[in-house]
Design a protein around this ligand. Structure first.
Ligand code: ADP
Length: 349
């Protein structure tokens, strides 16, 4: 243990102030003597001369500091702060001998908040994915049992059940495809694509391939693109997927008999593609969550339309990998506009 005599107290303070991690030195009474630069960023109310117990009013933390200050040995505690946002810290508390009855203590903080959010997301994701797969699987197994048992000799029921089983199988296949796409895009997230891809060409291809689907819902696809090619550094397959997901959604959730406008535009250093429908639109409270995995405004309507709830999550990840951004604008009753803005290829260093 360091002996905090008057001569080395200044050195200890200097050392605490030089630390990269958030740390605070307390005297035997729990008053802050020195802070590392990261400390006030983490706990804004804390300053030299302040009693820590008045800033962090957590009984477990303060009991642990008391225990260490009285010579009971090091301690580690976890602290959850709920205001202004939920944050979790792990705090190591060690004593420095200041030759008084009570020891000075050094507290080092580790911010676990991000780690906890990621852990929670992972757990939720596995639970959601399993649930999404379990529903069609249960239905499939139910029909197999019915076909093996009561409906064994019922020709008409067999035809109908096989049709439903095919639908459920296709739904599971779509889900697995979407999950794999998402994980592939995420794996490559740190490698930005750099092959020139013509965004206008991509839009034309998708409009062609979705014409039939649009016709089934009596939806008109109105495409506007610049005459010349508009290149972005991109991954062709991913950009096709991005465009397909947005246009498909506009057809699925837009107005039957309405219009979907697909517009590709060139900016100075950016290119954008926007997809606008004239459907019922999306209420503002849903907008920030639309790109979360499995988030749907209306789960039954999404399932009915063959949705997996992953389309917009895939779009967001593709846009991020392309170093672009996605904007969503909508007012209930006035349709929705999804716009992907990507850096242009031309004029790149
Ligand atoms: P899904 O497979 O359910 O279509 P997405 O991730 O593509 O999943 O979309 C998530 C949800 O966002 C949809 O379930 C739907 O509620 C809503 N949504 C997406 N596009 C539109 C749109 N153009 N108009 C209204 N709602 C939309």
């Amino acid at each position: 243990m360091v002996n905090l005599s008057a001569s080395n107290a200044a050195l200890v303070r200097d050392m605490v102030e030089a630390l990269g991690a958030p740390a605070v030195l307390l005297d035997g009474q729990g008053v802050a003597q020195a802070l590392s630069p990261a400390m006030p960023v983490l706990i804004p109310g804390l300053a030299v001369g302040k009693l820590l117990a008045l800033v962090l009013r957590d009984p477990d933390l303060n009991d642990a500091i008391e225990h260490v200050a009285l010579g009971g040995g090091r301690k580690t505690v976890e602290l959850v702060e709920r205001v202004p946002v939920e944050r979790t810290f792990r705090i190591h508390i060690a004593a420095l001998n200041d030759s008084g009855l009570r020891h000075a203590t050094l507290l080092t903080f580790q911010d676990l908040s991000e780690q906890r959010v990621i852990e929670r997301m992972r757990v939720d994701f596995v639970a959601n994915a399993s649930h999404e797969l379990r529903t069609p699987l249960a239905s499939l197994l139910g029909f197999v049992e019915t076909l093996q048992g009561p409906a064994r000799n019922d020709e008409r029921a067999r035809e109908r059940f096989l049709g439903i089983m095919r639908e459920q199988g296709l739904r599971m296949a779509r889900l697995v495809d979407d999950l794999l796409s998402l994980s592939r895009i995420e794996q490559r997230a740190h490698v930005a694509p750099d092959t020139p891809v013509d965004l206008a060409g991509i839009a034309r291809e998708i409009v062609d391939s979705l014409t039939l689907m649009a016709r089934e819902r009596d939806v008109t696809l109105a495409l506007k693109t610049p005459r010349e090619a508009l290149q972005v550094p991109g991954d062709r397959d991913e950009l096709l997927r991005l465009m397909e997901n947005l246009v498909e959604n506009a057809i699925k959730y837009g107005k039957p008999g309405g219009e979907v406008a697909i517009t590709v535009e060139a900016g100075e250093s950016e290119a954008s593609v926007s997809v606008r429908d004239d459907g019922p639109g999306i209420a503002p409270e849903h907008l920030p969550r639309l790109t979360e995995r499995f988030y749907r405004v209306d789960t039954a309507a999404s399932r009915e339309a063959g949705g997996t709830g992953l389309g917009l999550a895939i779009v967001k990840h593709i846009v991020l990998r392309h170093r672009g951004r996605l904007t969503i604008e909508s007012k209930p009753g006035e349709g929705a506009t999804f716009k992907a803005i990507l850096p242009r290829f031309e004029g790149r260093a």
